[in-house]
Every structure is written in structure tokens, then in C-alpha cells.
Design a protein around this ligand. Structure first.
Ligand code: NI
Length: 206
């Protein structure tokens, strides 16, 4: 699941490694907007993705503008979650939207307060890892304490896809990628697919 579109229409528990990458069906205008948004998203190899982000200390207009921008880029990119580090902003901020048409949720300085012993593997993608889908096992339920962009404390009890997206984005804030959370075999395979994809993209713009 996570922040990439590929997994958005994926039924929980049916993750199959051999499924082809699903690209969203977009009209040319949507495709152009997605392309433009993705240009702001750091991809594998960028040091920001390996950096532990700093807690936010000032809940000001600048932070709210940052959160708004993140939400806009996530929607334009057809992602279901985005962490600030993916944009090269080293703040502990994440946004997500599990249900299409629901408002964007934003968590500042999120911390997992509790997670269930019950865990579940599911295929995840990531906007920063184009072409990669790997199985990641995570707790099914979590309770997260955070601040909203206005500085108010919030507690989120999440299950299923919402819990998964929050954990995926929180990992980003700690410099952790899904490649670090999958089996060695899948990691190796994913790195190969990623290299091919990045080389193809390079050729496309050259
Ligand atoms: Ni991601």
C-alpha cells in the first residue's frame, strides 16, 4: 500500500509479487499534472531519503503552507501518502489520504504509541521507488500521537490500510524505505527493477 498509486486499488491480503506494475489510467492533463508533481519527489539515491527528519518546533503559517503543498503534490501524484523527506524537507511531517475524496490528513511529529502484535504482509509501493513493489509485514493496528498543523495534540487509532500508510510514511521520517523492510530476495529483485526503471527514465529525458 503506502504512498504509491500502484497499490491503491489493491485488495488487502492479495499482494502478489508477480503482478505487473499498475499505472493509473489518466487523461493527458492529469498525466501532465502527475508528472509535474513527481518532479518534486526525491527518488532512491537521494540522501534526503536516508535522513532522520527533525521535529517541528514552530507551528506557524510557514508550516501550514508546507503541509498544504505536500497534500497538493500527493493528490496530483495520485499517491495515498507523502512524507516531508520525500520532498527534501527534513521535518517530521506526513500527509495521507486513504479514501479518495476524503480530506487530506496531516500529522506533525507523529509517534507510534502502541502497535498490535497482529501483523500482516502486504505489497507496498513508494513514490520514491518507481517500479518497485515489495511485500512488507507490519502491525495491523496502531495508535499514533501527533500534532495537527495548528499545534493541537491528536491521537489517531488506525487499522488496515490507514495504519499501513502511516507506518510507511513514518518510516520515511526515520530514513527507512520499504527496501529495508522486505526480504533479502525481494530487495535484490527490487533493486534490479529500480535500476532498470531509473535508467529508462534517464534515457527518456536525455
Ligand atoms: Ni514511500
Amino acid at each position: 500500500m503506502s504512498d504509491a498509486i500502484e497499490t491503491e486499488e489493491h485488495e488487502p491480503g492479495t499482494g502478489a509479487e508477480d503482478e505487473p506494475r499498475r499505472e493509473p489510467q489518466l487523461d493527458p492533463e492529469q498525466a501532465a499534472r502527475r508528472e509535474a508533481a513527481l518532479r518534486h519527489v526525491r527518488v532512491f539515491g537521494d540522501p534526503a531519503l536516508k535522513t532522520v527528519a527533525r521535529p517541528v518546533e514552530r507551528f506557524d503559517d510557514e508550516l501550514r503552507a508546507e503541509v498544504e503543498r505536500m497534500g497538493r503534490l500527493m493528490i496530483d501524484a495520485y499517491g495515498i501518502g507523502l512524507a516531508a523527506t520525500q520532498l527534501g524537507v527534513l521535518h517530521r511531517v506526513l500527509v495521507y489520504r486513504v479514501e479518495l475524496d476524503s480530506p487530506v490528513a496531516a500529522l506533525v511529529n507523529p509517534e507510534i504509541e502502541w502497535s498490535s502484535d497482529e501483523r500482516e504482509p502486504l505489497e507496498e509501493g513508494c513514490l520514491s521507488l518507481p517500479g518497485v513493489l515489495v511485500d512488507v509485514e507490519r502491525p495491523v493496528h496502531v495508535r499514533v500521537r501527533a500534532r495537527d498543523p495548528g499545534g493541537e495534540e491528536v491521537v489517531v487509532e488506525a487499522s488496515g490500510l490507514e495504519a499501513r500508510v502511516i507506518q510507511h510514511e513514518l518510516d520515511h521520517l526515520d530514513g527507512v524505505l520499504i527496501l529495508d523492510r522486505t526480504s533479502r530476495g525481494e530487495r535484490k529483485e527490487a533493486l534490479r527493477a529500480l535500476r532498470e526503471r531509473l535508467e529508462a527514465d534517464e534515457r527518456a529525458v536525455a
